[in-house]
Design a protein around this ligand. Structure first.
Ligand code: SF4
Length: 480
């Protein structure tokens, strides 16, 4: 059967082979050569393993092909329902001036950068024209709480319309939470909001990355997290860390801050090349190699904490491991093939423009409208048939991209035409010099090194992360 292979740095004497549907196996060089030549010892355990994973079939292949096709349909099942993530950029106004900000923020008193009622209602029409029955509506800005009345109106309009449509909605919001008050918290509780905030580590680091006039962003963030947890429950707020150059020397301190504040998860997010972040890249940026060195050190520390009984997971690692260790797709639209831009998500900007992703919107802020699908007043069908979608469909299938098509990590990776256009001026991209590729090649290599070593504690930690069950509740844990 078709396979791809790689020699993973740090995995001596073994060749990684992966199948079209993401099964994998490590073979010795001798086994690999025999497998590739079709002359394996049929009595060996390795032969049996490869057969069980449909790397090879004997005789009539039709049953095996049907099983592989079923796995393939499962992996790509996100394609069946169209965009499930609908993002409302309710305002560009923000009271922070973060060094790495991805959007063109506006001052808190510039209310002409808020979404109008007419735009919001038209965007809701588009949501209900889209086929997905399970929908996440995300609110972001700027600082979305500066436009809280619009958020309330959108949610109430969706709920009213959904009395007859009966779809399943989840609401999320990305905010500093500094402005949250009791009325807002009661509203978020009533509608089951999941809230996400930014926490860049201990006070010194956080306040340096996220300057405010009072230089007290960290204190206000921690207070807001406490207030929100008290009202909505201990798991109502998640947090992510945007990594600046200053962050790279302090993985342990950043992680310890998350443990201190009781977070079960940390998202170590590298800088984005969009918007303000691109302009200040020379001051706060770093190379992919530097990020990977940070990530490797951070992951080792998180695994050490787990070994000591502290449950903490790294969110992007969980997404990658879910792609590697399970047959199921994640809800994560940024690492998919075909691309999640437009196919998995739609972004309604404050001014009524519709984009294929938040990065497409930020690219437009930088002057390039390639991935603008149209206006909120265009029908959903017309948005999906737009010229921008044609570009995404032609360049967003990793299986058809030079370099990706024969990469061993392809089943777990994704295409990113928006990033490619931003960095390389071409949505196809050039893999040997592509940062998205270098980052993911590095991340997959680190994870496959752990999988090749197969340390029992690391393996049970990884399994607990992808199943979202404590290690002690995994099958066989009691016997161990
Ligand atoms: S982007 Fe790089 S790592 Fe990902 S599938 Fe393509 S070649 Fe492989």
């Amino acid at each position: 059967m078709p396979f791809r292979f790689a020699r993973v740095p740090g995995v001596a004497g073994k060749v990684l082979v992966t199948s079209e549907v993401g099964e994998f196996e490590f073979l010795t060089e001798t086994e690999f050569r025999a497998f590739a030549a079709g002359v394996m010892d049929q009595a060996s355990d390795t032969y049996a393993n490869l057969q069980a994973k449909h790397f090879l079939v004997e005789g009539d292949a039709s049953t095996a092909i049907r099983l592989v096709a079923a796995k393939y349909r499962t992996r790509k099942s996100f394609l069946r329902s169209g965009p499930a993530l609908h993002v409302f950029v309710v305002t560009l106004r923000c009271d922070h001036s973060c060094r790495y900000c991805q959007v063109s923020r506006r001052a808190p008193d510039e209310s002409c950068f808020d979404m109008s009622e007419e735009t919001a209602l038209a965007a809701i029409d588009r949501i209900f024209e889209a086929p997905s029955r399970t929908i996440t509506v995300e609110f972001q800005g700027g600082e979305p709480l500066l436009a809280f009345p619009r958020i309330r109106q959108i949610v109430e309009a969706i709920e009213e319309r959904n009395l007859s449509e009966r779809r399943c909605f989840t609401y999320t919001m990305t905010s500093t939470l500094h402005l949250v008050d009791d009325e807002m918290l009661a509203f978020f509780r009533k509608h089951g909001f999941q809230l996400s905030t930014s926490l860049d580590g201990p006070a010194g680091l956080h306040d340096a990355n996220r300057p405010m006039p009072g230089r007290d962003s960290h204190r206000r963030t921690v207070e807001a997290i406490d207030r929100t947890r008290a009202a909505l429950g201990p798991h109502a707020v998640s947090a992510l860390t945007t990594l600046s150059r200053a962050s790279l020397g302090h993985p342990e301190a950043i992680i310890d801050e998350y443990v201190r504040l009781g977070f079960p998860s940390i998202f170590l997010r590298p800088l984005s090349p969009f918007g303000f972040a691109a302009r200040s890249a020379q001051r706060i940026g770093y190379t992919t190699e530097e990020f990977l060195r940070f990530y490797e050190r951070a992951l080792a520390y998180i695994l050490k904490l787990n070994r000591e009984g502290i449950r903490l997971q790294e969110a992007y690692t969980v997404i990658l491991l879910t792609h590697i260790l399970t047959p199921f797709p994640t809800g994560y639209a940024d690492l998919r093939s075909p691309t999640g831009s437009g196919l998995g998500a739609l972004v309604y900007n404050y001014d009524g423009q519709v984009y294929a992703s938040d990065e497409s919107r930020m690219l437009a802020e930088m002057g390039d409208q390639t991935f603008r699908l149209g206006s909120v007043h265009d029908r959903y069908a017309d948005l999906m048939a737009s010229e921008a979608m044609q570009v995404l469909l032609a360049t967003g299938v990793a299986e058809a991209l030079p370099g990706c098509s024969d990469c061993a990590f392809l089943p777990y990776c994704g295409a990113d035409p928006v990033f490619n256009l931003t960095r390389e001026g071409d949505p196809v991209g050039h893999r040997p010099t592509n940062e998205h590729c270098a980052k993911h090649t590095g991340l997959f290599s680190i994870l496959f090194r752990y999988l090749a070593e197969a340390d029992p504690h690391v393996m049970s930690t990884f399994t607990s992360w992808v199943t979202q069950r404590p290690v002690q509740c995994l099958p066989g844990a009691e016997a161990a």
